[in-house]
Design a protein around this ligand. Structure first.
Ligand code: 13P
Length: 249
């Protein structure tokens, strides 16, 4: 009942010339049975949308401000992303939690604003290496989940991405048991908070060093509804086999 989702986070990578990768990706998967989302830098949202006219591939932002407008030099509002052609936005990525000191409370305010603007929020959470070794990972995940996700969430406007900080860009991935433990836990917490209807409809993505070689194993884990992919989403030739593994899951 949940549509699978392959999402790409380009982070601070990509110029106009890189849009050729998007066009190639769209051409390779014209009527895929899974949802496809690419979140390029904000400068490429409008040109990406234009280059993809007619394609079901969705475009998203990587962050937005919690306020709808105002004196916030350099920031972007959710409605600006929407206006540029985005249908989703990544919020609370660990790189922003670290380098911009974003708290879960701020992430929730941003998600609230994004959902009100009609954007699907891809809320990211995950434990650091230190937290996994020194404390109970599920306590960390539980706190981040309850604080980062707004009450207005539904299966349409919320996706949760579990991205262990130590697995991002490192080539390391948790074991299937470790991923399964966190995803089963997140599902139970969402069902408890929102009821089984909404709780079971929210898609849960895994992110952190997903590649063609490990995608099938990850997608076979219960309650993994897709992936949020960094490095391997930059090239169509790397992302396509991941999409194919999701289609086959
Ligand atoms: P990598 O796939 O490069 O590890 O990045 C994951 C990520 O941070 C996606 O948001």
């Amino acid at each position: 009942m949940r549509r699978k989702l392959a999402a790409g986070n380009w982070k601070m990578n990509g110029l106009n010339a890189t849009l050729a990768e998007l066009s190639a990706l769209a051409a390779e998967h014209p009527d895929t049975g899974v949802d496809l989302l690419i979140c390029p830098p904000a400068t490429l949202i409008a040109p990406a949308r234009a280059a993809l006219a007619g394609s079901p591939l969705q475009i998203g932002g990587q962050d937005c401000h919690a306020e709808t407008s105002g004196a916030y030099t350099g920031d972007l509002s959710a409605m600006m992303l929407r206006d540029a052609g985005a249908s989703a936005v990544i919020l609370g990525h660990s790189e922003r939690r670290a380098s911009h000191r974003e708290t879960s409370e701020e992430v929730r305010l941003k998600a609230n604003t994004a959902q009100a603007a009609g954007l699907m929020s891809v809320v990211c959470l995950g434990e650091s290496r230190f937290q996994r070794e020194a404390t109970n990972t599920l306590d960390i995940i539980g706190a981040q989940l309850s604080l980062s996700v707004p009450d207005s969430s539904t299966g349409e406007n919320l996706v949760v991405a579990y991205e262990p900080v130590w697995a991002i860009g490192s080539g390391l991935t948790p074991t299937p048991e470790q991923i399964g433990e966190v995803h089963t836990f997140m599902r139970a917490r969402l069902e408890h908070r929102f009821g089984p209807g909404i709780g079971r409809s929210v898609r849960l993505l895994y992110g952190g060093s997903v590649k063609a070689e490990n995608a099938a194993e990850i997608f076979a884990i219960p309650d993994v509804d897709g992936a949020l992919v960094g490095g391997a989403s930059l090239k169509a030739s790397d992302f396509s086999p991941i999409i194919e593994a999701l289609e086959a899951a």
